[in-house]
Write a new protein. Structure first.
Length: 127
């Protein structure tokens, strides 16, 4: 549980750091807009409850897709194809921006330094 909380803490810090970046702000805006548009579409066209429509939108764009919901109309299926192709790229860009702002833990940093030192000393011995 402690490691989970530490991971959440690092994630929150990453989001706070990334939020200063204009590109991140733009990706966040379009990600929210995409989820809202999907939620509205699925609730209106497919007749899903709003919470189910939001859930389906998130599960679709994060490629989890449990299969508990699926579009029933032809228009809904066509929308989902376009929504998925556009949305997955957007979500990946958004997640990538957060990942780039996650600072490695002290343990990982120490391990990287050890590897670099070990590799560096091997190279020096060869020369």
């Amino acid at each position: 549980m402690i490691s989970f909380l530490l991971t959440v803490k690092r994630m929150v810090k990453a989001v706070i750091n990334a939020s200063k970046d204009k590109e991140f702000q733009t990706l966040l805006f379009f990600t929210i807009l995409t989820f809202i548009s999907g939620t509205i579409f699925y609730s209106q066209v497919e007749g899903m409850r709003v919470i189910d429509a939001f859930y389906f939108s998130v599960m679709t764009l994060t490629t989890v897709g449990f299969g508990d919901f699926a579009p029933q109309t032809d228009f809904g299926k066509l929308f989902t194809v376009v929504y998925t192709l556009v949305g997955i790229g957007l979500i990946l860009g958004f997640i990538n921006k957060i990942a780039l702002n996650i600072k490695p833990s002290k343990t990982i940093t120490k391990q990287i330094k050890k590897r670099r030192n070990a590799t560096g000393s091997e190279i020096n011995q060869e020369n």
